[in-house]
Write a new protein. Structure first.
Length: 265
DNA sequence: TGTTATGTTGCCAT
DNA sequence: TATGGCAACATAAC
């Protein structure tokens, strides 16, 4: 998005059928606050996006389950489930669409973004994300490792798909108590987290139904998944066991009972 | 036609 | 503080 957004000024704001997409502000308040602002920088922490204005403050965006940020040409037909469109001086329009309306485009002060950012755990692809860091944050926790991985305060950016994929690659049962993992298991998990995320990025995202990039292109990582969505529908490509689906941490959890034992190793 | 599942997170109760 | 359940919403697949 950077090429078409950085340096561009917001010239128009159009609301569609869900003004709540911008939070508590009325459409008039939001329009007044962002009109004339120029984007200086696009940042990201985990799944949280930050589109910073050049004079300070900016837009905080979270896509949640079904959100889409789209760059459209002026006059382009309203996207399905489009709720907000920002007309930019660069000759593009930045639209936000979201079938389930969980996501938000919020006007945040720098302080609000700093506070939000401070809540988010380490970036798993940064060099600062070491096995030792993971070991110390996992110590003496009793919740399932799957719940730990989904907690954005512990590690940034892992969602339900990548949690299941990482645990499968590390051969760890998702229901294992976080604090019960030994050093070798945590080392495998560290490697697996980085691998599944890196591969997902290389394939430009896991599109199961809604995800698309700003050009409307689908990611191809769905074809790279080994377990997610396959419980009861496929066998493990390593051991041939039928894959299973259970609910852990309130989320559908897919795993191989042959490779991911309840008691480690 | 009803029931259940879906990629996330915050709030609430314990 | 840590943990677990559930609601927010629209749609697709059983």
């Amino acid at each position: 998005m950077s090429d078409r957004v950085i340096g561009a000024t917001i010239e128009s704001v159009t609301f569609r059928d869900f003004p709540g997409v911008v939070g508590e502000l009325s459409p008039e308040q939001f329009t007044g606050l962002v009109s004339g602002e120029t984007f200086e920088r696009i940042d990201r922490r985990g799944k949280h996006l930050w589109l910073a204005f050049d004079g300070g403050d900016g837009l905080f965006v979270h896509l949640m389950m079904t959100g889409q940020l789209l760059l459209l040409r002026p006059g382009a037909e309203r996207a399905r489930f489009e709720h907000l469109r920002l007309g930019l001086s660069s000759g593009w329009e930045l639209a936000y669409a979201d079938q389930r309306k969980f996501g938000r485009v919020l006007r945040y002060s720098d302080q609000q973004w700093a506070a939000k950012e401070g809540q988010i755990g380490p970036e798993p692809l940064d060099t600062s994300f070491t096995t030792a860091l993971l070991v110390s944050s996992m110590r003496s926790r009793t919740s399932p490792i799957k719940a730990f991985l989904l907690d954005q305060r512990k590690v940034a950016g892992i969602g339900n798909i990548y949690a299941d994929e990482a645990l499968y690659r590390a051969r760890i049962y998702p229901g294992r108590s976080t604090g019960s993992l030994d050093d070798a298991e945590i080392e495998r998990l560290h490697v697996a987290i980085r691998a599944v995320l890196q591969e997902g990025i290389e394939r430009r995202g896991t599109t199961l139904s809604d995800y698309m990039d700003a050009d409307g292109a689908r990611g191809t990582n769905a074809a790279n998944l080994r377990v997610y969505g396959k419980g009861g529908k496929a066998v493990c490509e390593e051991c041939g066991c039928p894959l299973e689906r259970v609910v852990i941490a309130g989320r559908g959890t897919h795993f191989c009972p042959g490779c991911q034992h309840d008691e480690g190793r």
